[in-house]
Design a protein around this ligand. Structure first.
Ligand code: XIL
Length: 429
């Protein structure tokens, strides 16, 4: 019986909210108040706890993760130090910047001080996700400062956060041509490192990281972004891959064999962007992983970064991509998803030019909802295992500075102040 229906009271049928005689009031309170508040609390709990936690809604299908910026885990003094460094770097950058002829003119954003105290991202990160990954702190450039110098402070901090919140953690990334330290490719005498030296350094890195984290990491991006956008084979020196340039094409296989030894219980991922967007790239990755499987290389998962936009790619292509890799017996995870407001032709347009009005936010919500439905289907088929968003609030998204520096974007589930956007509401309905 609901407290809003009629109750039998002192032998009389009366509405609950009609006037209750004074002497009976105490009796009423004892009999019904606990019942009443239990139901109200239950309703609130259902709304706030059961359906409003993003990961809860998908827990029977896949984990829902977020990339965590190291900044959201810093205290005020650390944030201030970072801000001062950023200001200094920006000044240097502006002094040395020479625009290429024909390049769009960007207004480089002045670094702004970070808000004091905890940012909303921190609470949301703890509450809404059951998987985390470091946005930058587990990249080689953040960790490997010299042949015997490792800085694990950022990675340790995220791991402590994950453990505190009962979350799984992924590792991004072991081998990538970006955000790698420069010294690793040099011989110390102004020349290039030899193949032997670079291999030794990479091996040492993979085993040192594995030694420290192997029991805590569910999946590792072993090689990141190795397929060329030009011809869809491995990126070479002309694509800025010094790994390929010095080690030759079998560096990918080798990295996976070492990673298997170093992280024997983690799933091993090859991760790239635009696989769901560009047919040629999708096929290029297919050929690469098919060959790896045939050679007995221990790759078990393809990571789709999924930095997509409001129009492209269509859901059907996302589905086909997941199923293509699934057909090789590989798992698929989505590693860096967001839905940018800027469609392909505006990709690099420097000006802010979209209004993030209700129409846009509703369209974005619908797009997220349709894609997550596709994810559910592919999880049911046993292929898709995790879905990770590349950030939490729009304010902290890397898309505010990529590909057009300083052009704000609106790609995630929470607005700049941490309020849920319609897309969040759709995914938690
Ligand atoms: C980005 C981070 O989000 C930025 O903070 C950083 O300045 C550059 O790298 N593909 C990847 C990620 O694999 O590591 C990139 O992350 C985004 C594109």
């Amino acid at each position: 019986m609901s407290p809003f229906s009629h109750h039998i009271y002192n032998g009389k049928k009366m509405a609950l909210f009609t006037k209750i005689p004074e002497k009976s009031f105490k009796n009423f309170k004892n009999t019904y108040s606990l019942y009443f508040f239990t139901i109200i609390f239950g309703v609130l709990r259902y709304n706030l706890v059961m359906s409003k936690f993003l990961y809860e809604n998908y827990k029977d299908y896949f984990r829902v993760g977020a990339a965590i910026s190291g900044i959201i885990l810093m205290n005020d003094a650390e944030k201030d130090e970072l801000f001062q460094n950023m200001k200094k770097r920006m000044e240097e950058f502006k002094k040395n910047f020479k625009p290429q002829p024909g390049m769009p003119v960007f207004k480089f954003p002045e670094p702004q001080p970070f808000p004091k105290g905890d940012m909303p991202d921190k609470k949301l990160a703890a509450e809404q996700f059951n998987l985390v990954v470091a946005e930058n702190e587990c990249k080689m450039g953040s960790i490997y400062h010299g042949p015997d110098q490792f800085d694990f402070s950022g990675a340790d901090r995220l791991l402590a956060f994950a453990k505190q919140n009962n979350q799984a953690m992924r590792w991004h990334t072991l081998v990538w041509h970006n955000q790698s330290p420069r010294w690793i490719f040099e011989d110390g005498n102004g020349g290039k490192a030899s193949k032997e030296l670079l291999e030794e350094r990479l091996k040492k890195y993979i085993f040192t990281v594995g030694e420290r984290y192997k029991d805590d990491i569910c999946s590792v991006d072993v090689v990141n972004e190795c397929i060329s956008d030009k011809n869809f084979v491995l990126c070479d020196g002309a694509d800025r891959s010094q790994w390929f340039d010095i080690l030759g094409p079998d560096y990918v296989d080798k990295a996976f064999f070492w990673a298997k030894e170093a992280f024997p219980n983690s799933s091993l991922v090859i991760n790239d962007y635009n696989l769901e967007m560009i047919e040629g790239k999708r096929q290029g990755m297919y050929k690469l992983v098919k060959g790896m499987k045939e050679r007995g290389v221990p790759v078990d998962t393809v990571g789709l970064q999924m930095h997509i936009n409001i129009q492209n790619p269509p859901v059907s292509e996302i589905e086909q991509t997941i199923e293509l890799y699934g057909s090789l017996g590989l798992n698929v995870i989505v590693t860096e998803m967001e839905v940018s407001a800027y469609v392909d032709k505006d990709f690099e347009h420097p000006d802010p030019r979209r209004e993030y009005d209700k129409a846009f936010l509703d369209e974005q919500a619908e797009r997220y909802a349709q894609i997550f439905e596709c994810f559910r289907k592919e999880a049911r088929a046993g292929i898709l295992k995790d879905v990770v968003l590349w950030g939490i609030t729009d304010r902290m998204s890397w898309k505010n500075n990529f590909p057009a520096p300083g052009r704000g974007d609106c790609p995630l589930l929470f607005d700049g102040d941490g309020n849920p956007k319609p897309a969040f509401d759709r995914l938690t309905k």
